[in-house]
Design a protein around this ligand. Structure first.
Ligand SMILES: *Cc1c(COP(=O)(O)O)cnc(C)c1O
Length: 422
């Protein structure tokens, strides 16, 4: 099946007389005929047992997203943050380290630099544009993974997946890629060498600003028996001596994540959330196409505006990441643009307060156009000087272009610019 078809049909195939749409299985638990049957499930959980770690509605969505990314399996989580957290905890224990590109999502930076540090896991941040020789110096004996973001939120840099996959594999560790902004419609990191893909499904996949969620996809590509990951190979005494590589082969990573981490942390989505996520996925191909088209039109319009100092959108031909975007994101670079207004903070605030169509929200990748002023919201604690050091102009606006008619979006921007003339 092609991806458009997978979005509609992968993950659930009704049998004779069954509902056309995957039903919401609203049940914490599942009935069995015998004590012996349940006992066997505690040795090897091959059926639904308890909805803290597996549920038929969630499972259907997991299978759909795994198919879309070209992975062997997936595990949904209650948020994108939970997906990033578990993707690392499945590989790193206290005393281990991993490497992450410094341009990743701010929430991931805080999780990796502050909270994982408290758990004894060190994140080494690197400049993703550094040479391979320079990047090699970040690897240590205890390094267990490399992490980057296809299209970074909000920096909008394009991650060189192949370069980092080669580097990670040379050092015997997997590459994890956060593919939230691209979605599998625009980029499939596993095809470029990534081993694990994570998503915040709260963004384009859900698309309608309905529910927070995340997912981890296992590419099934990494060799966990290379000596660096004994917990994948040796018997797991908390699961009656299961060996993940021996018993689950290519699905070792994702089954280990479910059996150890989801069992213990319990950050599993509700069936109803998965049902809503599935609705979003069904229309993902048509939406992504339109987001790309609208955003490119808006970016080109902004570039010509006398009120605008600079526009950052990799789809623009003069963007420093344009060539790389053509390689990894040939069908478009998604719907998020950042741009800086002349006149700094004051002008940016005035512009935003005069928009009537775009909503002022802490969210991106919604079906409705929305804006955020990082200097007064997500990066509020920084002074103007610190903002410059962080690469954020006080006049910078993050614009998430929605699916309204693009003429209405441009007219709204004009309303904002007109206010600056007064
Ligand atoms: C929003 C986001 C996250 C965190 O996801 P939540 O669903 O909000 O927990 C992680 N990565 C990226 C790239 C994001 O945009």
């Amino acid at each position: 099946m092609k991806r458009e078809t997978q979005c509609l049909h992968a993950g659930y195939t009704p049998k004779n007389g069954e509902p056309r749409v995957m039903p919401i299985v609203q049940s914490t638990t599942y009935c069995f005929d015998s004590t012996e049957h349940i006992a066997q499930l505690f040795d090897m959980p091959t059926e639904y047992m308890y909805s803290r770690f597996a549920n038929p509605t969630v499972d259907a969505v997991e299978k759909k997203i795994a198919a879309l990314e070209g992975g062997v399996g997936a595990m949904a989580t209650s948020s994108g943050q939970a997906a990033s957290l578990l993707s690392i905890l499945n590989l790193c224990n206290a005393g281990d380290s991993f490497i992450a590109a410094s341009t990743i999502y701010g929430g991931s930076v805080n999780l990796f630099a502050v909270t994982l540090k408290k758990l004894g896991i060190e994140c080494i941040f690197v400049d993703a544009e550094a040479s391979e020789e320079e990047l090699q110096k970040a690897f240590k004996e205890n390094t267990k993974a490399v992490f980057g973001e296809t299209l970074a939120n909000p920096a909008l840099t394009v991650f060189d997946i192949e370069k980092f996959a080669n580097l990670a594999h040379k050092n015997g560790v997997p590459l994890i890629v956060d593919n939230t902004f691209a979605t599998p419609m625009l980029c499939r990191p596993i095809e470029w060498g990534a081993d694990i893909v994570v998503h915040s499904t709260s963004k384009y996949m859900d698309g309608h600003a309905l529910q927070v969620g995340g997912i981890i996809v296992d590419g099934g590509t990494f060799d966990w028996t290379n000596g660096k990951f004994p917990e994948f190979v040796e018997p797991d005494e908390s699961y009656h001596g299961v060996s993940y590589t021996r018993d689950f082969g290519k699905m070792a990573y994702i089954i280990k994540a479910r059996m150890q981490l989801m069992r213990d942390f319990g950050c599993y989505p509700a069936a109803h959330s998965a049902f809503l996520l599935n609705l979003g996925l069904e229309t993902l191909p048509v939406r992504m196409k339109q987001y790309c088209e609208n955003a490119l039109t808006v970016a080109e319009y902004l570039e010509k505006s006398p009120f605008v100092k600079s526009v950052n959108y990799p789809g623009l031909s003069d963007n420093p990441f344009h060539e790389r975007a053509k390689k990894y994101l040939p069908d478009g670079t998604s719907g998020v643009i950042s741009f800086s207004i002349k006149g700094g903070r004051e002008a940016a605030v005035k512009f935003m307060d005069n928009l009537t169509l775009a909503s002022n929200v802490v969210h991106v990748a919604d079906i409705r156009t929305c804006v955020l002023h990082p200097a007064s919201a997500t990066h509020r604690q920084l002074t103007d000087e610190q903002l410059v050091a962080a690469g954020i102009d006080a006049g910078m606006i993050r614009l998430s272009v929605g699916l309204e008619n693009v003429e209405d979006i441009l007219a709204d921007l004009d309303r904002g610019f007109a206010a600056l003339e007064k």
